[in-house]
Design a protein around this ligand. Structure first.
Ligand code: AMP
Length: 194
């Protein structure tokens, strides 16, 4: 069992078209608060990001937002967080969120969500960390992405063992148990990469 005190959630700065996505985001927040797991996220008060933070805060949990100065206005920095860390760039934001988190959960989102997720997955592929990454496959949202990764494996650009870099949660209730149970990857050798 992993010890998870803080979970970093990557997700859309938009809410998407399906109102149930926002509901799921709020439920993840509530579940985290219930488990005493604090939230690390991008610090915004918009889209699914805002809903996760609200879910944690409304249930007595702890939230650390990490936001670059230039996005404070654009993403409407959440003013009610337990802690707001203001950083100087998008790069610093990702590095800080990585340092603060014991595990990662990825809800539906857009290009920013993909960027954040793939940085974490590629660092894990290189053996730089072994933190659990859970993709929340709400309404099959990540199915095309998993198919793309499978196609890369099939074409010989990704090692088959790297399918284990992430786990898929079909229900939001599965996210925390999956993160707690995720296996730490074995050390990476040169042969694993090339
Ligand atoms: P999105 O999934 O595009 O709605 O964005 C989700 C989060 O990713 C937001 O907090 C964005 O600020 C952030 N983001 C957007 N673009 C990038 C990028 N190129 N690099 C890192 N983070 C980004």
């Amino acid at each position: 069992m992993n010890t998870i005190k803080s979970l970093c959630v990557f997700c859309g700065s938009s809410a998407g078209k399906n109102p149930q996505m926002a509901e799921i985001a709020g439920r993840l927040g509530a579940l985290m608060a219930g488990h005493g797991i604090s939230l690390v996220y991008g610090g915004g008060n918009v889209g699914l990001m805002g809903r996760v933070a609200e879910g944690v805060l409304n249930n007595g949990g702890h939230v650390t937002g990490v936001i670059p100065e230039h996005l404070l206005k654009m993403e409407v920095g959440h003013t009610g967080l337990s802690e707001l860390v203001v950083v100087d760039s998008m790069h610093s934001r990702k590095a800080r969120m990585f340092e603060l988190a014991d595990a990662f959960a990825v809800l539906p989102g857009g290009l920013g969500t993909l960027d954040e997720t793939f940085e974490i997955l590629t660092w894990k592929q290189l053996g730089l960390h072994g933190k659990p990454v859970v993709l929340v496959d709400a309404f099959g949202f990540w199915t095309p992405l998993v198919a793309m990764i499978d196609a890369m494996i099939e074409a010989g650009f990704v090692a088959p063992r790297h399918r284990d870099l992430y786990v898929l949660a079909e229900r939001i209730e599965d996210v925390i148990p999956l993160a707690l149970a995720a296996q730490t990857p074995s050390a990476v050798s040169r042969a694993d990469l090339f």
